[in-house]
Ligand binder design. Structure first.
Ligand code: FAD
Length: 375
């Protein structure tokens, strides 16, 4: 059982109220927004129900270049230049045109946090009325409010699983090592979805994701772990949105899973949380600097996110199509897909949905910012 570090009882006093920006959620999306605001002079408050980095929310795999451009390589664990795809009839080895890496979640969150100059408090968000955010430590408001609270979209119209465009994912984290980044498209594990094994130096993240929210993945996650002779221990799982949503609603900015920014088919939501978090942070910064009104920033950020809709829709179409392809046909397609030029082309386009160079002109470098330990 993980130990809770979050404030309890008498320590949960009322929160300070005087802020220019309120960021709800301190995982990938919320921390990326906060990082982008560093040095702009705004009073930024970030809140989360847990301490920063306390609760891992994913298998923590990302294109390596995203780690590098964000200055997060200290959290890096392992790099892979090849994706191994297993089906019942064939195993394909796709040599990737860019590398993929696993990282350590608490360390990455701590690094991101050190690059911001925001204040942090633990508080559980309960909802919103107009411009007021209700938390278990009192009401909060600010001229700029960000919902980076994940799939629940607490500050807007939320979804109620399982009847919602959500996938579900569960993984175990056995100790051990591995050399390959592997996925399984195999109906034994999940009728629509895939299983994975992501080594991260001294542990392996083994899990199953189902595009159908009605399919329970616990038993088959255990089955995959056992098939790989890994111990099914240290569970973590969550719902994963697979449909893009409005990135603004009623004056609030939504970033990451709360805006459906996780990519359908692959369920890759970390780099997109960074990407849209940076975009949102840049708009907020323009408001703080007096270059834009809040209304203008809302429209620009909304349109930026919506401009990606056709890419998300294509990924969703592939997510719906692949489980319907008969396994033998899929095996043939995978063999053909190993062709180098095709892999370069398809994975190049895939990376370009949220390209790492978007982060490059970002905020000031860490050396110029105060270095602070996670609260
Ligand atoms: C099993 C699994 C494996 C995955 N593996 C990968 C992967 O390898 N690579 C990848 O790119 N994506 C992966 N994903 C998807 C990825 O985890 C998400 O897309 C990503 O975490 C979204 O980031 P976020 O910051 O928007 O939301 P989250 O990471 O979900 O963060 C939301 C934050 O809000 C806080 N919060 C929630 N509710 C409240 C509340 N009421 N009050 C206060 N705080 C609250 C939470 O504590 C959390 O800190 C995986 C998902 C799952 C379920």
């Amino acid at each position: 059982m993980p130990t809770r570090r979050t404030k309890r009882g008498p320590a949960r006093t009322s929160l300070p109220r005087d802020h220019d920006v309120l960021i709800c959620g301190a995982s990938f999306a919320g921390l990326a927004v906060a990082r982008e605001l560093a040095g702009c002079g705004a009073r930024v408050l970030v809140i989360d129900r847990y301490e920063i980095g306390e609760r891992q929310t994913s298998a923590c795999g990302i294109p390596t270049e995203w780690l590098r451009v964000m200055g997060l390589m200290k959290a890096h664990r392992q790099t892979f230049g090849r994706l191994v795809v297993h089906t019942p009839h064939v195993t394909a080895r796709l040599e990737l045109p860019w590398t993929f890496s696993t990282f350590d979640y608490p360390e990455l969150c701590s690094l991101l946090w050190r690059r911001s100059d925001a204040a942090f408090e633990t508080a559980t968000v309960q909802g919103r009325t107009g411009g007021v955010v209700h938390t278990d430590r009192g009401d909060l408001s600010a001229p700029l409010i960000v919902d980076a609270l994940g799939w629940r979209r607490m500050l807007g119209r939320g979804y109620q699983p399982p009847n919602a465009p959500l996938s579900r994912g569960l993984e175990v984290h056995p100790w051990g090592a591995g050399d390959e980044l592997e996925i399984w498209i195999d109906r034994r594990y999940v009728p629509a979805g895939y299983g994975w094994s992501f080594p991260a130096r001294d542990e392996v993240r083994v899990g199953v994701g189902s595009f159908d929210p009605g399919f329970h993945v616990k038993d088959t996650t255990v089955m995959l772990a056992e098939d790989l002779a890994r111990e099914p221990i240290r569970y973590q799982g969550n719902w994963i949105p697979h449909k893009l949503r409005e990135a603004t609603e009623d004056g609030v900015f939504f970033v990451g899973d709360s805006a459906g920014h996780c990519l359908p088919l692959t369920a890759e939501g970390i780099r997109t949380a960074f990407y849209f978090g940076i975009a949102c942070g840049r708009e907020l910064r323009a408001v703080v600097d007096g270059r834009r009104t809040v209304a203008e920033a809302l429209v620009r950020y909304h349109d930026f996110s919506a401009g990606h809709e056709w890419k998300f829709r294509s990924m969703l179409s592939a997510q719906r199509l692949i489980p319907r392809v008969p396994p033998r046909l899929l095996a043939g397609a995978l063999v053909a897909m190993q062709w180098r030029r095709f892999v370069d082309w398809s994975f190049g386009h895939y990376l370009h949905i949220a390209p790492p160079d978007f982060a490059a002109p970002g905020p000031p470098r860490a050396a110029r910012l105060p270095q602070r330990a996670a609260a």
